[in-house]
Design a binder for this molecule. Structure first.
Ligand code: BTN
Length: 171
């Protein structure tokens, strides 16, 4: 390849690269806009649901405080079917997230707590939260343990807060 052709090829490569990264940034920013300062509803692969409220107007720029409720519907676990408060944090620049639920409410106390950590992803035309979790619990005596696993949550735009419970009239 002659030097002139090489220069043109390099210039094209750089221009296309910059244009693509700009598009990527704009796309990501749009994802954040759909969540920040609003409540969104999510369901994981085990049928558990949560309402997440993103408060991005706090003292730390780029950091959103998360609050909401989590309803565990995963088989093989206790504390199912009623809402538990959740708290967490979302980092806008990295689109990473972390939240926790203490499994104690007016209906049931499982003496346990779960923390999820992961990232926001745009896949199959929907928003997903891809996470790993740790569930720490005490059996009441000297027995303590930590279980680990993976959860992927898909945003469900059709859910309202009233439909977070499978049958909200029962709880
Ligand atoms: C317990 O059994 O001690 C409390 C309920 C734990 C439910 C776990 S948390 C991680 C996983 N994802 C879910 O949606 N449910 C289970």
């Amino acid at each position: 390849m002659r030097n002139g052709t090489k220069t043109i090829a390099l210039a094209l490569f750089v221009t296309i690269g910059l244009a693509t990264s700009d598009l990527g940034y704009a796309h990501d920013a749009k994802i954040d806009e759909r969540l920040t300062d609003s409540t969104s509803y999510w369901t994981n692969q085990s049928g558990s649901t949560m309402a997440l409220t993103f408060d991005c107007n706090g003292s730390q720029p780029g950091v959103c405080q998360l609050s909401g409720v989590y309803v565990n519907n995963a088989t093989g676990f206790n504390c199912q079917g009623t809402p538990y408060p959740l708290v967490g944090v979302y980092y806008i620049n990295t689109q990473t997230v972390s939240w926790s639920v203490a499994w104690s409410n007016a209906f049931e106390d499982c003496a346990s707590v779960t923390g999820w950590t992961g990232y926001l992803s745009f896949s199959s035309s929907s928003l997903q939260l891809v996470t790993y979790w740790n569930l720490a619990y005490s059996t009441g005596g000297s027995g303590r343990a930590i279980m680990q696993g993976q959860d992927t949550f898909t945003q469900n735009p059709a859910l309202s807060s009233g439909s977070l419970l499978k049958d909200s009239g029962d709880k």
